[in-house]
Write a protein that binds this ligand. Sequence first.
Ligand SMILES: *Cc1c(COP(=O)(O)O)cnc(C)c1O
Length: 407
Amino acid sequence: MIRVNENYLKIQASYLFTEIAHRVSKYQSEHPEAKIIRLGIGDVTEPLAPAVIEAMHKAVDDLSKRETFYGYGPEQGYAFLREAVAKNDFQARGINVAADEIFISDGAKCDCGNIQELFGNDVVIAVPDPVYPVYVDTNVMAGRTDEAKNGRYGKLVYLDSTAENGFVPDLPKRKVDVIYLCFPNNPTGATATKEELQKWVDWARKNKALILFDAAYEAFIRTPGLPHSIYECEGARECAIEFRSFSKTAGFTGVRCGYTVVPKGLMGYTTKGKAVELRPFWTRRQTTKFNGCSYVTQRGAEAVYSKEGKKQCKATIDFYLKNAKIVKDALVKLGYTVVGGTDSPYLWVNVKGDSWAFFDKLLHEANVVTTPGAGFGKDGQGYIRISAFNSRENVKEAVKRLKKVLG
Ligand SMILES: *Cc1c(COP(=O)(O)O)cnc(C)c1O
């Protein structure tokens, strides 16, 4: 008999984006003339940088000749990319991360989801609320939680990210073993200062806990002094794994490339208390279950770090940040409290009422699609997320409509 993994049955139907799609298509079918603008999605809209396209074209040509053909590559990624990453994303900022601590993958979602395979089934997991659902659902599937009650899973520790704590969670009052943090944050767009992250690092070291730090939006940071990497904090190499992605930083959501940093000397513990290094665990996991990111993709990712590539990718992020500023300025002028949008493509708007009701109001009256904050967790109630990933024309039109409806 085929017995199923019953943990899958615990998963709360992720009705967020399905429900949004349903409401939007219902409205559109009833109002076929409405020109709906989507500011809900977390996907990029601008094309890849020309330097990336050029490198990928060349890589395709490499594959056409026997002398420069590549078959299976190293599971951890080609040295040319790992070295470019270590040099540009870390060493250039004075951060001690080496190429052999970088593991290239086909994206940060997979890595964030797969990393939990390294840990015992009885570890206590802490996640922020509101949260990127991947951190939660992958641990539910693995059986680390009980059933959900009122939207929260038993055994999971929720770290409230609210206006009161500036959307940077307070240290846990109970023992936890693995903590997911994400800055700049999705969905809130909030950032954490170095001092705030350092508190977490100090706590993790003291408690033999591990921080899983998602830095997928690192490239949107413009405020000087904000940390781009958890490894800017003293001692983080002893207690943190970091995830990065080319998706939002270089428009690779469809191309697929990201990486994970697992420092040498980062330890986990056996039941008997023996310390074991985590990096060989991740190497083993990847070499067993993953066969590498494509050569063409990795050549494209390498070009992100070329002189032209850096300039072009920065220009695209500046473009999204300008979009965010246009929307934020308008909402603030209308009297709304808005987090994010300065070092992040996301705005987290306090709607002074129910998330879904406000979502419906904007859909029906402004024909603008947003994301109800309640879909990201209990603490998201009362907020909507607005994404700056769109054309300037759409953003300007959306703002015009928001002013009319909310003014
Ligand atoms: C978009 C995003 C990622 C990146 O996912 P990819 O699989 O690399 O496309 C990771 N974490 C968060 C929080 C994100 O929003």
